[in-house]
Design a protein around this ligand. Structure first.
Ligand code: SAM
Length: 243
């Protein structure tokens, strides 16, 4: 029997989900950065800064940024002023080009169009695998965790920044109203893409909790799996190491 996937609350097949998600990113690519600032009141910048601190990057590391989009994480990594090799990968050409435009004068960056579910890199190659606000959009996200484990060197670190589950019920109920009513409205007014932001809201609702994602990482072989909640768990950073 064929498996169903959630594109937000709509059930679709695997191919349809990948295509629908990519259509979302193609449509929001030009307004993606403005919308991020608006939706999070600039908070995403602080979350990303904290994310890069937690990566604990060392000189000469090889870093893979999956779902790199418009290049926010790479920009933040470059602020560390360390010599690193950055590999930016995204399934969406429009999003990757936004990143290329921003980073065009920067050195030691390579760009790849590719799917996180099947990476075209050798085993044991990267020191860090980082993924920010992308995991939720991957059709078979468990496959991406296995691929992350494969391409990391032994001792390499997995770092994921993603929306998650708020810990307090008070925050959870106001956040629910924000996601279901305000987000799609902002999407309609600013990006003229109400459905894209409706998808964003629904995909956040359906994404595994901190505990479930941690178990998934352990099932793939990651050790010392840790979760850092930001904003009461609205956003969480997951880390783990390859043995
Ligand atoms: C919400 S954006 C995040 C961009 C950036 N990392 C950030 O934090 O601002 C998600 C990105 O993941 C990409 N993406 C979605 N599914 C993917 C997949 N299966 N493989 C690689 N990239 C994917 C999208 O094209 C999009 O650019």
């Amino acid at each position: 029997m064929k498996k169903d996937y959630n594109f937000g609350y709509t059930k679709v097949n695997s191919k349809q989900k990948t295509k629908l998600v990519q259509d979302v990113f193609s449509s929001v690519a030009p307004s993606y950065d403005v919308m991020n600032d608006l939706m999070s009141l600039g908070m995403h910048r602080l979350w990303k800064k904290r994310f890069v601190e937690i990566m604990d990057i060392k000189r000469n590391e090889i870093i893979l940024d999956v779902g790199s989009g418009s290049g926010d994480i790479a920009m933040e990594i470059l602020k560390e002023k360390l010599t690193t090799s950055l590999y930016l990968l995204d399934l969406n050409e429009e999003m990757l080009s936004e990143g290329k435009k921003r980073l065009k004068k920067k050195q030691n960056i390579k760009y790849f169009i590719g799917n996180a579910e099947k990476l075209n890199f050798n085993n044991n190659f990267f020191d860090k695998y980082v993924i920010s606000f992308c995991l939720r959009n991957i059709t078979e996200y468990q496959l991406s965790l296995k691929e992350a484990y494969r391409v990391l060197k032994p001792g390499g670190k997995y770092c994921c920044l993603e929306f998650s589950t708020p810990k307090s019920s008070l925050i959870s109920s106001s956040y629910k109203i924000y996601k279901s009513k305000i987000l799609p409205l902002l999407g309609e007014i600013v990006a003229k893409e109400k459905n894209a932001y409706k998808y964003l809201s629904e995909s956040i609702d359906l994404f595994p909790s901190q505990e479930e994602l941690s178990h998934n990482l352990e099932d793939c072989g990651f050790t010392r799996v840790d979760t850092i909640n930001l904003f009461n768990g609205i956003v969480a950073i997951h880390t783990g190491y390859k043995v």
